[in-house]
Structures are given as structure tokens and as C-alpha cells.
Design a protein around this ligand. Structure first.
Ligand SMILES: NC(=O)c1ccc[n+]([C@@H]2O[C@H](COP(=O)([O-])OP(=O)(O)OC[C@H]3O[C@@H](n4cnc5c(N)ncnc54)[C@H](OP(=O)(O)O)[C@@H]3O)[C@@H](O)[C@H]2O)c1
Length: 294
């Protein structure tokens, strides 16, 4: 049996799928025979990537959805479109991420790094939970990083602190681990797992389209050999979490290369994980009393 027979009938969704890691994961999923829903913010960049993946893999079930994840209205529209397109979702990869060299607010009044990197995956996943549960066994992977800065729950929006790009990025990405831990707790017994992955350091466009890819990123690239590591290598870590039988029942973990790695202490505190969940619910305009988990 070939890989493509194995996952025929599976549906997967990847955000940030036109570039870097997201594109490499979308391609690996397409190669496995799954139907792949690619989410990109730019329709032209998205279509170029979609056509390329279809051509390379021969999989004609690769579809494009567009969404600017910085807008909560757009995320809600995206979720509605997904629910209209499919009644099954076996894999959700929250991969899209970015960094900004200066502070800016979204149309919802949220600091934009937090909006794209933490609140968008939070809201999208929340809106797709029934679909995922109905598709069980299903797996969610949140793409995190090792740059994790303690989250200041009193000022997630950087209203009263001096904005710093790496701290804002690191805070939002620690949010991915908090979110993973709390969601796993809530999904226990549902047949849906969720893990966070540090994909390694690899070549990509991270921050480039938002002007953040300045001297800092280029220096990091030189120092750690970013330019030498292709995103396809990083995609192997994500695919392991999506596909390996070894982790079929593992949930709530923070993974490096196929093994769990320690998370910052703040994300090991169940009270902090629960607190960020409640704050996030409010920031995306959902009810405090959570009817998806009663
Ligand atoms: N590269 C690394 O070494 C590294 C290390 C650790 C973790 N990561 C994580 O890996 C993930 C993928 O990043 P990458 O390195 O592959 O960078 P990338 O090539 O820039 O890919 C990021 C993707 O996110 C999308 N995106 C950004 N802002 C968006 C928005 N507002 N709405 C919708 N989509 C948006 C981008 O779309 P556009 O093409 O339109 O900008 C792009 O498709 C991120 O979560 C990042 O934090 C990367």
C-alpha cells in the first residue's frame, strides 16, 4: 500500500500554507493522499503555491482558502467557509506566524503579533472543534518556537510597556504552548489530540512581508545556518505529530524533533494556562462560560 492510498479520505488544513514550513507541510500532506485545504492571506501567492503543490504531488484535491488572520471577522468567515466545504477535518496545522518591527493594532484593537500568532489559531481552532471532534481520531498541531517570552497577562497588548519585536514574538509564541496545554486538558477523551512543535530553525520568509526581516534575522540566519536548513526538514517534525502511531494518544506536549522538550515554567502552570484561555475568550468576543466544553 502506498502512502497515497493510506490517507485517501483524510482532510487536513494548514494555515500560512503558501510559504516556508506551511507550504512544505501542505506538500507532504498532499503527497500522502490527503485532501489539503491551504489557507493563505494573499490570493496570488496562495494560488501559485497551490498550483505548484498539485503539480509536484499529482494530488488534485489541494484547495485554497484566503484569510487575513489578523482580523477576527476574517477568521470567522474562514471557519464558516471551511464548515461549508467539508464535514470532516482530521488534521489542523496552525502554522501561520509573523513578527513586526513596530507595534501596531489590528482592526479589532489587538496588538498584531498577538492577534496573528496566538488569537487567530485560538479562535479558528475553537470554531472548528465540533468538526474535529466529529472527525476523531483527529490531530491538531500548533507551530511554536523556542523564543518564548513570559506572558504579561496584565498587558498582552503592549499598552503600557515599550514594544520590542522579539519579546512580542516570544510572548505570542509562548501563548501557543499555553493554548496547547489547556486545549489538551479540555479535549481529553474526545479522540482529538493537540501538540505544539518547535520546528527547528530553517529557511523561510518569516517577517519579510511585514518589514521585520532586518539585520537581526539576517544575523541569526548566518549564525545558526538557517540558510542551510530547508523547510522540508522542519516539516518532518510536524508530519511526525500528524501521522506517527507513536503519538496517536499523546496530547498537550511541546515537541522538538520527535520527542517532547521542556517548556518554559509559565506554560507548565495549569492555572496560567486556564487564565490565558479565559483572557483569549474575551479578546475574541466569546462567552466566558464555555458551552463547547460543558
Ligand atoms: N523560520 C524559522 O526558523 C522558525 C523557527 C521557529 C518557529 N517558526 C514558526 O514557523 C511558522 C511558519 O513560519 P515560516 O518560518 O515558515 O515563515 P514564512 O515563510 O513567512 O511563513 C509564514 C506564513 O504565515 C503567513 N501569515 C503571516 N501573517 C499572516 C496573516 N496576517 N494572515 C494570514 N497568514 C499570515 C504568511 O503569509 P504571507 O506569505 O502572506 O506573509 C506565510 O504563509 C511560524 O509560526 C513561525 O513562528 C519558524
Amino acid at each position: 500500500m502506498s502512502m497515497s492510498d493510506l490517507y485517501t479520505g483524510h482532510t487536513a488544513l494548514v494555515t500560512g500554507a503558501n510559504s516556508g514550513l506551511g507550504k512544505a507541510v501542505a506538500e507532504a500532506l498532499a503527497r500522502s493522499g490527503a485532501r489539503v485545504l491551504m489557507v493563505a492571506r494573499d490570493p496570488i501567492r496562495g494560488e501559485i503555491a497551490r498550483a505548484d503543490i498539485t503539480k509536484t504531488t499529482g494530488n488534485d484535491q489541494v484547495e485554497l482558502l484566503t484569510c487575513d488572520l489578523s482580523s477576527q471577522t476574517a477568521v470567522r468567515h474562514l471557519a464558516t467557509e471551511i464548515l461549508q466545504r467539508t464535514d470532516r477535518l482530521h488534521n489542523l496545522v496552525n502554522n501561520a506566524g509573523t513578527a513586526f518591527s513596530s507595534r501596531g493594532l489590528t482592526t479589532d484593537g489587538i496588538e498584531r503579533t498577538l492577534a496573528v500568532n496566538h488569537l487567530a489559531p485560538f479562535l479558528l481552532t475553537y470554531l472548528l472543534l465540533d468538526l474535529l471532534r466529529n472527525s476523531a481520531p483527529a490531530r491538531i498541531v500548533n507551530v511554536g518556537t523556542r523564543i518564548n517570552t513570559a506572558m504579561n497577562f496584565d498587558d498582552l497588548n503592549w499598552d503600557s510597556r515599550n514594544y520590542r519585536m522579539m519579546a512580542a514574538y516570544g510572548q505570542s509564541k509562548l501563548g501557543n504552548i499555553h493554548f496547547t496545554r489547556e486545549l489538551a486538558r479540555r479535549l481529553k477523551g474526545s479522540g482529538v489530540t493537540v501538540n505544539c512543535v518547535f520546528p527547528g530553525v530553517f529557511r523561510s520568509n518569516l517577517g519579510a512581508t511585514d518589514g521585520a526581516q532586518g539585520l537581526f534575522w539576517k544575523s541569526v540566519a548566518l549564525l545558526v545556518g538557517w540558510a542551510l536548513t530547508p523547510p522540508e526538514k522542519a516539516a518532518e517534525r510536524v508530519m511526525y505529530l500528524l501521522r506517527s502511531p507513536n503519538v496517536a494518544d499523546v496530547s498537550g506536549e511541546y515537541f522538538g524533533d520527535k520527542t517532547p522538550i521542556p517548556a518554559p515554567a509559565q506554560a507548565d502552570d495549569p492555572a496560567a494556562n486556564a487564565e490565558l484561555w479565559q483572557i483569549s475568550m474575551r479578546l475574541v468576543g466569546l462567552k466566558d462560560v464555555d458551552d463547547k466544553f460543558v
